[in-house]
Design a protein around this ligand. Structure first.
Ligand SMILES: Cc1cc2nc3c(=O)[nH]c(=O)nc-3n(C[C@H](O)[C@H](O)[C@H](O)COP(=O)(O)O)c2cc1C
Ligand code: SF4
Length: 433
């Protein structure tokens, strides 16, 4: 990706990306000029803090991948009854995603406002901004924003290992408690026992940015765009064969083709789109273009919005070769502490590589399906299930191409791949420390 580009939303002005034209970064003064101050929300029911009530009425859902209702998590943290910790998950371990980085680089106060409002609602005295190591520009931006604020003492910034599973919520809590950044078994959820054994409100950076706006404008405003079940806007990283790769903001329910137009449109004929991330879903363009960015609609196609990502693969690419690279990367990125990741994912990666670039017998598809069933839903986190979803969607959607590989060996495009795969980690990152 050439860099994060903020484009206007459709059907509404940009919300999270307001004021970010021409590469601007909003310092505190500019932020207050664009968004105004956070004012006190009025409450209808006395039973609950007005912000939690507003988030529930707004229908805010998490933007870290699973779309979990944010109010339910806040209520679980509150119900745990002890002083909680608030964590902003800014790790953005998905290799192609840029949206959280964009927010923290260019409009950090919106994220910090949301987290500060949540801390106030929960009675928390500590907000941790959690990042992956090696993102110095993001660290500098967040530190500069913290220094500008009256509530600076609320925030600390911690950079953990730049590993994919290190962004999973229990891995983050484990690292912030002094352990390695690897997932732990749930229950207990981090909302009950997280950082240092305390209830922990851990959400994605974009989720807090939306809360920063709900805290200003209230739930009715939030629901004026989007769908009834998914109100508001979402950020999408659009990458690959489009004219202007970058981050766009669209209301939920927007057609994928409309979102792609905001990124300048598809620049080359495309063989397929990868939706949601490397643990995502492959889809043919002619089907994906008419699909609305709405979980219910996408679920019918066994797809999801995931971390808000669309990667457009050019015609001159082999989906199997891309999928083999992704499978190998996901296998390497596991924490290697559960059977499915220790044995299952490497075997799947090897067989997918052989299918993409070598000669295989007709039994390979049966083996892949058997191993996929063995790892799905197993392990301490959703990592193996995510890998299987990408694999299955490639084999189902591109069954013709797969058969060609089976019958005639690798296609002419199989040895050149397009999607970026991060380097093998070294140093403390290798041990999740
Ligand atoms: C393997 C794996 C990696 C993850 N990486 C991230 C990440 O980099 N950033 C993130 O916000 N959430 C990540 N998540 C999701 C978190 O576990 C958690 O659900 C999320 O941060 C909660 O925020 P939300 O409720 O605002 O969506 C990951 C989950 C899994 C299973
Ligand atoms: S399932 Fe895989 S990534 Fe998740 S905790 Fe187990 S070994 Fe680690």
């Amino acid at each position: 990706m050439s860099g994060a580009t903020a484009l206007a939303g459709v059907g509404t002005g940009p919300r999270l990306l307001a004021g970010l034209g021409n590469g601007q970064r909003l310092d505190l003064a500019a932020h207050l000029e664009v968004h105004g101050p956070v004012t006190s929300l009025r409450t209808r029911r006395r039973a609950e803090h007005p912000l939690i009530e507003a988030i529930a009425e707004a229908g805010v859902r998490g933007r870290g991948g699973a779309g979990f209702p944010t109010a339910s998590k806040l209520r679980a943290v509150k119900a745990a009854g002890r002083r909680p910790v608030v964590v902003i998950n800014g790790s953005e371990g998905e290799p192609l995603s840029q949206k959280d980085t964009l927010l923290l680089l260019r409009t950090p106060h919106l994220v910090l406002d949301g987290a500060a409002a949540v801390a106030e609602a929960l009675g928390a005295k500590e907000v941790v901004v959690y990042l992956h190591r090696g993102r110095e520009a993001v660290e500098r931006s967040v530190q500069a924003a913290i220094r500008e604020r009256d509530d600076a003492s609320l925030f600390t910034l911690v950079a953990g290992p730049a590993r994919y599973v290190a962004g999973e919520s229990s891995a983050v809590a484990n690292f912030l408690s002094g352990g390695p950044a690897i997932p732990t078994t749930t229950p207990p959820r981090v909302s009950e026992r997280g950082v240092g054994g305390r209830p922990t409100m851990l959400s994605n950076a974009e989720t807090y940015a939306h809360i920063g706006l709900v805290a200003r404008h209230g739930p009715e405003w939030f629901r004026t765009v989007g769908t009834a079940s998914e109100p508001g806007t979402l950020l999408l990283t659009i990458t690959g064969a489009v004219q202007a790769p970058g981050v766009v903001e669209v209301p939920f329910g927007t057609l994928i083709s409309t979102a792609l137009e905001l990124a300048g449109g598809v620049s080359d004929a495309s063989v397929g789109y990868l939706l949601g991330g490397y643990a995502g879903t492959w889809m043919r363009p002619e089907i994906a273009n008419d699909l609305a960015l709405a979980s219910m609609v996408m679920r019918e196609r066994r797809a999801g919005i995931g971390v808000g990502l669309i990667a457009v693969l050019p015609q001159a690419a082999c989906v199997l070769a891309e999928t083999a690279n992704i499978m190998r990367w996901l296998a390497n990125e596991s924490a290697r502490q559960c059977g499915p990741c220790l044995n299952g994912l490497p075997a799947i990666a090897e067989a997918t590589e052989a299918l993409a670039t070598g000669r295989v017998d007709e039994f390979v598809l049966g083996k892949l399906e058997r191993w996929a069933r063995m790892v799905e839903g197993r392990g301490s986190c959703h990592h193996p299930g995510g890998a299987v979803q990408t694999l299955r969607s490639a084999l189902d959607t591109f069954a013709d191409h797969t058969n060609q590989h089976l019958m005639s060996g690798p296609c002419s495009q199989a040895h050149r791949t397009w999607l970026a795969i991060p380097a093998v980690p070294t140093g403390p990152d290798a041990d999740f420390r």
